[in-house]
Design a protein around this ligand. Sequence first.
Ligand code: TMP
Length: 200
Amino acid sequence: MSFVVIEGGEGVGKGTLMEGLKHHFEDAVFTREPGGTPMAEEIRDCNLRPRQESVAPDTELLLMFAARAQHLAQRIRPALNQGQLVISDRFTDSSYAYQGVARGLGAEKVELLEQFVQGDLRPDLVVVLDLDPLEGQSRIRDRAEGLDRLDAETLQFHQAVRQAFLSRAERFPDRYFVVDAAQSPDRVLEQVIGVIEGLS
Ligand code: TMP
C-alpha cells in the first residue's frame, strides 16, 4: 500500500537497517536498486562492476533507469497493486544524487527519465540515512565483497552525494525523513519503524 525507500551514501548502515525492518515488517516486500529482478540484477552487475573502459555518465544513468523500468514492471507495481508495503534499498533519489549531482549530469536528465519510466509513481516516504562520508568510507573499507565502481569514487564525490540527498530532503520535507546514521543501529531502526508506521 505504501512505497518506502531507504537512501544514503556508502557505509551509512542501509543493510543493517533493512535487516531490522525485515524482522519488523514481516509481510512487506523487500527489494533493492539497481536490481530487484533477475534481469535488473544483471544490469546492476554490468553497471557497477569495475572495468578498464571508462563509463560515460549518460550510460551509467540510462542503465540505472533500464534496471528501474524492469524492477517497476515486474516487482514494485505488482506488489503495490496488491496492497503490499514495498521497502526498497535505494531508488530514484540515488540517480539524482549520484548521476545528477556527483557526476554532474544535472537534474533535468534525471527528471526526464523519472517521468518516462515512472509516470506519476513516487515513493510515499524516502528515509535518508545521513553520515559523514569519511565515517562511511571507514565502515566499508573491510567489506568482503570489495568496492564497486561507485564505492571507489573520491571523498569529494561522496560529499556531493551527501549534500544532494540533504538538499532533496529540504526541498520535499513532506516525503523525506532524515536520520542521523551516526546513532546506534537500534536507535536508527526504532526511528525508521516509527515513521513507516505513521504512514498508514
Ligand atoms: P549499494 O547497493 O551498495 O548501495 O550500491 C549501489 C550503488 O549504485 C551505490 O554506489 C549507489 C549507486 N546508484 C546510483 O549511482 N544511481 C542509482 O540510481 C542507484 C539506484 C544506485
